[in-house]
Design a protein around this ligand. Structure first.
Ligand code: GLC
Length: 427
């Protein structure tokens, strides 16, 4: 069963089936809401994306020169985690090893192709300490596909053992791990990835870790192995999932690039604006999912300036009403005007309204329409008060049965917050 959800109004053939209860760790994961993805490796030095070895058909010896030149003097895990926290992210997921096979952690004798041998530092130890300091949940991305290891195209069982031994290091040497994010099984769909053994090992060391295995861009929302806790929507819009009759409730997460690459692309100018990221975050939360937004550090590990500033602006939006962003969940019984989103936390309902006009700005070019009356239909409960989250301005409303009408008053001149959030208190 994947995302074959039957739209409202149609008869759901699984209506009589029960929706499984989310495990506490899965519920907690949904409450994280927004995470920062970080792609950093040897490839970052070339500034041509993380697939450069493969797509530019680079000679192996040539590629491995990047090991000798790896000098992450700008990699400051503390600054990275501080930025993630300021951006409103509650978790962070760093590539501990990507498809190039190079590990940012100490592989403890598995091989010498790791950060301690390249630069004398265990970047995952630094990252782990920084996550702890900044109160971020710590996720480890780990590739399953490997272009470097000879056993990947040779002795499959030996490669799987190597993969497990590698992940075991992450599970035993860096304290509590909040999540493991795998990627690459889609490269060999016909192979036995021995997931039972991999996930069993993880559970024996980190029973509460969230396990994700990216289903890939071509299989958004697909459910994989039963031990995984979330489905992925790589660079797409997550949709509402019908979990009725499923053996297990799974969370949803959409990961997205800042421009068109995960690893830094020096000639990629297709960057997202804060508005795009906020819209994507709201689209994820609208269906109960998380957004994992990527950042690709430069070759020396430092954070590119544009990404830094964009994320700070997104963080300002997240701070307007954190309970709406992180704690509230979809209430499918409510509907609002097109483009608006309704979430609920207990007796409080949040209405995210796009395109609210700016007061006094009507003669300016981008004074947007869409202000005026908003309608919410459905069993809200008796509304006792309404106000805008950003400035506390009370909103007047009328309620008639299961229909609430209110006037979405304009932003004060000088502000535009992409989505304006109305806080609706119900009895
Ligand atoms: C894809 C890419 C990989 C990237 C991942 C992030 O699977 O192959 O490079 O790390 O997406 O979701």
């Amino acid at each position: 069963m994947t995302d074959d959800f039957v739209q409202d109004g149609a008869v759901d053939p699984r209506a009589a089936l029960i929706e499984p209860q989310a495990l506490p760790r899965v519920q907690a994961f949904e409450g994280l809401g927004f995470g920062l993805f970080v792609h950093f490796g040897l490839y970052s030095q070339l500034g041509q994306g993380e697939w450069v070895w493969y797509h530019h058909q680079m000679d192996r010896e040539k590629y491995l020169e990047l090991f000798a030149s790896f000098d992450p003097k700008g990699f400051d895990a503390d600054a990275l985690c501080a930025l993630a926290a300021e951006a409103g992210c509650r978790y962070i997921c760093l590539t501990t090893r990507h498809h190039e096979g190079f590990s940012l952690y100490d592989t403890r004798g598995l091989n010498d192709y790791d950060a301690p041998h390249a630069c004398g530092r265990d970047l995952i130890a630094e990252y782990s300490a920084a996550c702890e300091k900044h109160g971020l949940k710590k996720f480890f991305y780990h590739t399953t596909l490997d272009w470097w290891h000879p056993d990947f195209d040779g002795n499959w069982d030996a490669y799987q053992q190597y993969l497990r031994d590698s992940v075991k290091i992450l599970c035993t040497q860096y304290g509590r791990v909040d999540g493991l994010w795998f990627d690459g099984n889609w490269a060999r769909k016909d192979r036995d990835w021995q997931e039972d053994a991999l996930y069993g090992m993880i559970r024996s060391h980190q029973p509460e870790a969230i396990i994700v295995n990216n289903s890939s861009i071509g299989a958004k929302g697909a459910e994989g192995h039963p031990d995984t806790d979330a489905v992925t929507f790589e660079q797409g819009a997550p949709s509402r999932r019908n979990q009725r009759g499923a053996a297990k409730y799974r969370a949803a997460e959409m990961c997205d690039t800042m421009n068109s690459h995960w690893g830094v692309g020096a000639h990629d100018l297709s960057h997202k604006a804060p508005e795009d990221i906020i819209r994507n975050l709201v689209a994820c939360r609208a269906v109960g999912g998380n957004l994992l937004m990527n950042l690709g550090p430069l070759g020396d590990g430092s954070i590119p300036g544009y990404e830094r500033e964009v994320l700070k602006l997104v963080g300002r939006w997240c701070q307007i009403c954190p309970s709406a962003v992180y704690d509230a969940r979809p209430d499918w019984s409510l509907t609002g005007r097109g483009g608006s989103v309704l979430l609920r936390q207990g007796s409080t309902v949040y209405h995210f309204v796009p395109q609210v006009r700016i007061k006094g700005n009507t003669h300016l070019a981008n004074g947007e329409p869409g202000d005026g009356l908003q309608t919410i239909a459905g069993p809200l409960g008796r509304v006792s008060a309404m106000r805008w989250a950003d400035n506390g301005e009370p909103l007047s409303f009328t309620q008639d049965g299961e229909r609430l009408v209110y006037s979405a008053t304009p932003y004060p001149y000088g502000s535009q917050l992409i989505y304006r959030i109305a806080i609706i208190e119900t009895a």
